[in-house]
Design a protein around this ligand. Structure first.
Ligand SMILES: [Zn+2]
Length: 249
């Protein structure tokens, strides 16, 4: 199915620090989304909502339902809506923490006579998706993943995770326009240790750890990286105790 238009919504995901002001970050991100849509050559629909006032709480719990409600406003102008799935279909389950795990079930149930929802790339996990976008030129110019800023901070957990995945896929050097790679290489060894340490408890980190092992990515024994993470964690704790600033992570 070829895409004919794009959507960008404010449904409660542009106020990561819960300040009550989502307007500023949404406007900045929308401007970047418009530049990306123009580069790709597709029209962009945007919806600014007050859903967060009605459903305060962690965005990830209900993001599928929130985004679908904004998308439904575009019907019948838009007949089919492809929701960028975060989780492959074989990991489908009911999760109270993240509605993405239920996309394969939720999206057909949310479809109406006017709009049919589809899960995008349901057969790809996050590493396979990273490999796919690593060769897509507009992604190299416009990829935005940061939890906190309109431009990728390159230091938060989500920025580091995507940079590491791109590096494992062999394409990170093509993303210098959207990431400050110096930040990544400064954090790389302790962040690898973080991924390996928590892979058993976190599905996206498990995918990343599996991909690193399959690609023989880590140069040193895993214990080296794990120790590096624990030293870094101790360093962060000491800085906080001394009332010194630490990066959001
Ligand atoms: Zn970031």
């Amino acid at each position: 199915m070829a895409l004919r238009s794009l959507g960008f919504f404010d449904v409660g995901n542009h106020d990561p620090l819960h300040t009550g002001d989502a307007e500023h970050l949404f406007a900045e991100r929308l401007s970047k989304a418009r530049a990306c849509a123009s580069d790709i050559g597709l029209p962009l629909f945007d919806v600014e909502s007050n859903l967060q006032e009605w459903f305060p709480g962690v965005f990830a719990r209900l993001h599928t339902l929130r985004n679908a409600s904004a998308a439904l406003l575009l019907a019948p102008l838009v007949r089919h809506y492809v929701y960028a799935s975060a989780v492959p279909v074989w990991m489908t389950k009911l999760s109270p923490a993240d509605s993405a795990y239920g996309d394969a079930v939720l999206l057909p149930l949310l479809s109406t006579e006017a709009m049919t929802f589809h899960s995008g790339t349901p057969s790809l996990d996050s590493i396979a998706k990273t490999r796919m976008i690593s060769t897509y030129p507009p992604a190299r110019r416009h990829l935005q993943v940061c939890l906190y800023e309109a431009r990728n901070c390159s230091r938060c957990e989500k920025c580091l995770r995507r940079q590491l995945a791109l590096d494992v896929a062999g394409g990170l050097q093509h993303f210098q326009k959207v990431f400050d790679l110096r930040q990544f290489f400064r954090a790389r060894s302790w962040y690898i240790g973080y991924v390996l340490t928590y892979a058993a408890q976190n599905e996206p980190l498990r995918e990343l750890a599996t991909a690193m092992r399959a690609a023989d990515y880590a140069r040193y024994p895993e214990v080296t990286y794990r120790l590096r993470w624990w030293f870094h964690r101790l360093w962060r704790w000491l800085r906080r105790k001394c009332r010194r600033s630490v990066d959001r992570f």
